[in-house]
Ligand binder design. Structure first.
Ligand SMILES: Cc1cc2nc3c(=O)[nH]c(=O)nc-3n(C[C@H](O)[C@H](O)[C@H](O)COP(=O)(O)OP(=O)(O)OC[C@H]3O[C@@H](n4cnc5c(N)ncnc54)[C@H](O)[C@@H]3O)c2cc1C
Length: 417
């Protein structure tokens, strides 16, 4: 893309008048980005006709990011460095996960570049959060429970706030499903993160699993993939499945069933986990496995147990306003972050059921800026005689300039379609 300085003045005048028209029509204030609950009623009509909206604190932004994992913070870092002043809702125990996302549920992250000795998952996400704040992201510790993507600007609601935004990034991630049985949880008597995990690719290479018997629960493609992956590290890998057939694809089954290090326990369910006496019960020592046909419970000595029973993407709050696939994941156009609604983007695990890693989640969020979406940059430096122009918005489908925004204004614009 290139700029013709001659046309800029014309564009400026044309867009400027358009801006003032829009700004004067807009129900929201343009100078102050926020309003108090008391002030909200004056422009509530522009958002919703319900009376409840009057009690909400209303904010305006060019970009609202929903989520707080690696994808959300990568988007926030890029957006705030581009001076988009994003608002990020990090959630409050949304789907049972603390702000910071899935990595807050694990201990050491050893495959994120830049940390040769590994880094604690909570600390990594804390650093991401600080980096987002450093460049001006406004972080709100609230869970988004409703959205309105039917018209632009979009609206995003929490219990106490409504945000009016030109663009949205949905980065609400997914939750790895876990089973609940004695010994499966956190805290005293539980072996979660002390031998039990929900991510073989993330944790399988840990020293406590090396050359030890391991187990995977599940019968789908993920279970086959994780079991096959774990054979690199474990002495033997048991797949524990409660039925007598897998629902995994034939090719994945074939790969697992012909692997000499994999053994399947059919019609079986784990009913308990216990500690390893040699370590004073600090780590997992074995499982109680029940044959669901005979009811017989047997002992299975393993040092690792991996749940591979699926993930649940955090998309319920979207209430059908974005196209989802049969598993509830947001559908994005291949290789992009574009969703079914123009101006709404999705990044990270909420739209990725294949890779599901911190680094890929961050990568998809960064795509938003590199390939499509809003490109905003300061060109005051080389156009000092037009100091009030800071940003240009591109039509992300055709990659052409469609709008210029005066600096410091929070104008409301329509879809770039
Ligand atoms: C136990 C475990 C260990 C892992 N270990 C590794 C590892 O070592 N290396 C690695 O690369 N990957 C690892 N992963 C995978 C990695 O955590 C994920 O791929 C990554 O966190 C996905 O990032 P995300 O940004 O898409 O979303 P998430 O990390 O899932 O974060 C989404 C966040 O959005 C918030 N949220 C959800 N809904 C709302 C809402 N309505 N409003 C506001 N906020 C909301 C949630 O609270 C959540 O915090 C692990 C996963 C698990 C479960």
């Amino acid at each position: 893309m290139s700029y013709c300085p001659k046309n800029n003045l014309l564009n400026l005048l044309r867009r400027g008048s358009k801006f003032f028209r829009k700004a004067s029509n807009s129900a929201a204030p343009t100078a102050a980005p926020t309003s108090t609950p008391g002030q909200a009623s004056s422009f509530a009509a522009g958002i919703s006709s319900t009376s409840a909206i009057n009690d909400l604190h209303i904010l305006k932004t060019r970009l609202c990011i929903i989520g707080s994992g690696p994808a959300a913070h990568t988007a926030a870092i890029y957006a705030s460095r581009a001076e988009l002043k994003p608002i990020l809702f990090e959630g409050w125990m949304a789907n049972g996960i603390a702000p910071g996302g899935q990595l807050t549920t694990t201990t050491d992250v050893e495959n994120f570049p830049g940390f040769p000795d590994g880094i604690n998952g909570i600390e990594l996400m804390d650093r991401c959060r600080k980096q987002s704040l450093r460049f001006g992201t406004q972080i709100l510790t609230e869970t988004v429970n409703k959205v309105d993507f039917s018209t632009t600007p979009f609206k995003v609601f929490t219990d106490s706030k409504a945000v009016i935004a030109d663009s949205i990034i949905v980065a609400t991630g997914a939750v790895a499903k876990r089973l609940d049985f004695p010994g499966s949880g956190e805290g005293p008597g539980g072996f979660w993160n002390r031998g039990i995990s929900a991510c073989a690719v993330c944790d399988g290479a840990a020293p406590i699993f090396r050359n030890k018997p391991l187990a995977v629960i599940g019968g789908g493609d993920s279970a086959m993939e994780e079991a096959t992956f774990l054979t690199k590290y474990g002495s033997i890998v048991y797949i524990i499945h409660r039925r007598d057939t897998f629902r995994a694809s034939k090719i994945m089954q074939q790969r697992a069933l012909t692997n000499p290090k994999i053994q399947v326990l059919w019609n079986s369910a784990v009913v308990g986990a216990y500690g390893d006496e040699n370590t004073n019960n600090r780590v997992l020592g074995g499982l109680k496995v029940k044959n669901v046909l005979s009811g017989e419970v047997s002992d299975l000595k393993v040092s690792g147990l991996f749940f591979a029973i699926g993930h649940e993407p955090a998309t319920k709050f979207l209430d059908g306003q974005l196209e989802l696939d049969s598993g509830g994941y947001v559908v994005t156009r291949p290789g992009t972050t574009l969703t079914s609604v123009h101006g709404v983007f999705a990044a990270g695990d909420v739209q990725d059921k294949k890779y599901r890693q911190a680094v890929t989640a961050a990568g998809t969020a960064q795509l938003f800026f590199i390939l499509f979406g809003i490109i905003c940059f300061v060109w005051v430096a080389w156009q000092p005689w037009k100091p009030n122009i800071t940003c240009k918005r591109l039509d992300h489908r055709r990659v052409k300039l469609i709008d210029e925004y005066p600096s410091g204004c929070s104008i409301m614009v329509g879809s770039s379609g």
